[in-house]
Write a protein that binds this ligand. Structure first.
Ligand code: NI
Length: 181
């Protein structure tokens, strides 16, 4: 079980988003699918702050018979996807997987995942007296979630992000209304 919002169904949604983006983008479908399925394997957030992704992805892919050269390409794509690593993707494949992962971080699902992750780390829902980074789950909207729509690479993801972004703005308005803030 995973209570951080990085469960199997998150990964399945990222794969689905990535394949949607592939309808209008030119990229290697096999690499995009392998990278989307493995993009959260070994993530530092899930391994006590240590990044084990290259090691875990390589071990998994080689166990299912993927060649070394494809494994190298997939681990390179995945290393460019994470928001926290702050890398700009250099390939169409990495841009697609990053957009797909980011689409699942915003909108109604993004809100649910944000609070689930905050809960898993013992963070507050909201602290009206502290707006420093990581102070609460609501603060995470400003640290990351509200920035993502402008960071999408592909036109399709940019378009899909708009409505999800609007929903988060509406959600925050209602949250502050109920918090009398
Ligand atoms: Ni992810």
């Amino acid at each position: 079980m995973d209570g951080t919002g990085h469960d199997y169904f998150h990964v399945a949604r990222v794969v689905q988003h990535a394949n949607k983006l592939l309808e209008t983008e030119t990229a290697d479908h096999f690499l995009v699918n392998l990278a989307a399925w493995t993009h959260d394997l070994g993530d530092y957030k899930l391994h006590a702050g240590v990044d084990k992704s290259t090691q875990m992805i390589s071990a998994f892919l080689s166990s299912i018979g993927v060649t070394a050269s494809v494994i190298n390409q997939v681990t390179e794509i995945v290393s460019q996807v994470s928001f926290s690593k702050g890398r700009t993707p250099t390939s169409a494949e990495a841009r697609i997987v990053q957009d797909a992962d980011r689409l699942d971080a915003i909108g109604a699902i993004g809100i649910a995942r944000c609070f689930a992750y905050g809960g898993s780390t013992g963070n507050l829902l909201f602290n009206p007296e502290d707006n420093t980074p990581n102070a609460s789950s609501i603060q995470h909207f400003y640290d990351k979630l509200l920035l993502l729509k402008d960071l999408m690479h592909t036109p399709t993801a940019r378009q899909m992000a708009l409505q999800r972004h609007q929903f988060m703005e509406d959600y925050l308005r209602q949250f502050y209304f109920e918090a009398c803030y």
